[in-house]
Ligand binder design. Structure first.
Ligand code: COA
Length: 338
């Protein structure tokens, strides 16, 4: 892509959403046959009843390609019109090349800039902020923000404390330029990180600290999590981030048509929803069927809400995420399909 600031001002529009999940459904009963857990424990502690597992030959980009094609079809946009692909992911195909570049090549988005974004489960919100900046400065017209994850590959399937939580999937959104007076687009973002909590949610090996060549242990090669600390952090930042954003926008939560939170645990969501004072009918959840799909989780919920007729043009959508880093973020946007 070539981006030149020409003085024209545009607005970043949430133009299309889409998703793809692998076929294989793994129920809590199936998890209970593999590790010492039960449907009752998983459902009451997390709200998860089943999740999807990628096939042995499927990597994150394979899921991402299908999701990307669906989003472009929904927007009626040719792949070569994309200026940029941002792939937030905690389970990229490789450290490099980026999963975004692999997806771009396979969908025919030749020439589009492409990179992966590391903000774990908050990655989609961070990616939306990057895309909004690119579009609103006139440097790009169409940016695809596409979370693509195969977290089951980096989860120890013998560790009951983590394996029941995560699932695979890909989902995202197209952010396109609209004339400034045409759309209201993204009204604002609240983003942050607290690196002191990094060790509470970490995949230790594979980078420069514990290189793959050093033959890391099984534990170092999988997600390590301090569940209780992450739970406390998640409830706190979900409430704080949404509250700070609403205050900055001088808006009331009652104005939000749909809240789409990161789908990690229904208890985290229910607690925050109660404290935020939003009608639970206006909160979309699908954690029961997919578990935590990290950077794909918010757009997967957004896409399903749209498919279920819960998202109409002009609706005000608030999204909020939290995850490894530790990171958090929220945004408010009008859904304005092309
Ligand atoms: N099945 C049965 N028992 C399990 C279990 C499982 N799948 N996982 C853990 N347990 C056990 C623990 O070993 C512990 O046993 P003990 O008391 O004998 O030591 C007991 O259940 C309670 O563990 P605890 O960690 O206190 O449970 P919890 O109520 O905090 O729930 C989580 C655990 C992981 C569900 C919860 O902490 C959580 O959701 N944290 C946030 C995780 C998250 O969202 N991560 C991603 C963020 S992006």
């Amino acid at each position: 892509m070539i981006g030149v600031r020409n003085g024209a001002r545009s607005c970043a529009r949430l133009a299309a959403v889409g998703a793809h999940v692998p076929e294989r459904v793994v129920t809590n009963a199936e998890m209970a046959a593999a590790v010492d857990t039960s449907d009752e424990w998983i459902a009451t502690r997390t709200g998860i009843r089943e999740r999807r597992f990628a096939g042995p030959e499927e990597a994150s980009s394979d899921l991402g390609v299908i999701a990307a094609q669906r989003i472009l079809a929904a927007a009626d946009l040719a792949p070569d019109e994309l200026d940029m692909i941002i792939t937030p992911t905690a389970s990229p195909d490789h450290i490099f090349p980026s999963t975004a570049a692999i997806i771009g090549e396979r969908i025919g988005a030749r020439g589009a800039a492409a990179f992966d974004l590391s903000a774990a489960c908050t990655g989609f919100i961070y990616g939306l902020a990057m895309a909004t900046g690119m579009v609103e400065t006139g440097l790009a017209r169409h940016v695809l923000v596409l979370g693509a994850e195969t977290l089951t590959r980096v989860t120890d399937q013998t560790d009951r404390a983590t394996c029941v939580l995560f699932g695979d999937g890909a989902a995202g959104a197209l952010i396109s330029a609209a004339a400034e007076d045409e759309a209201t687009g993204f009204l604002g973002f609240e983003l942050g990180a607290d690196g002191s909590g990094g060790p509470d949610l970490i995949l230790p090996a594979g980078g420069s600290r514990i290189p793959a060549l050093s033959k890391p242990s099984r534990a170092e090669s999988c997600i390590n999590m301090n569940g209780r600390e992450v739970f406390k952090f998640a409830t706190r930042v979900m409430i704080d981030s949404c509250t700070r954003l609403l205050e900055a926008l001088e808006m009331d939560i009652a104005e939000v048509d749909l809240l789409v939170p990161h789908q990690a645990n229904i208890r985290i969501i229910d607690y925050a929803v109660e404290r935020l004072g939003i009608d639970p009918e206006r909160v979309f959840n699908n954690v029961d069927r997919y578990g935590n799909t990290s950077s794909a989780s918010i757009p997967l919920a957004l896409s399903e809400a749209h498919d279920n007729g819960l998202l109409s043009p002009g609706d005000l959508v608030m999204m909020v995420g939290f995850g490894g880093g530790l990171t958090w973020g929220s945004t408010m946007a009008r859904f304005e399909p092309a």
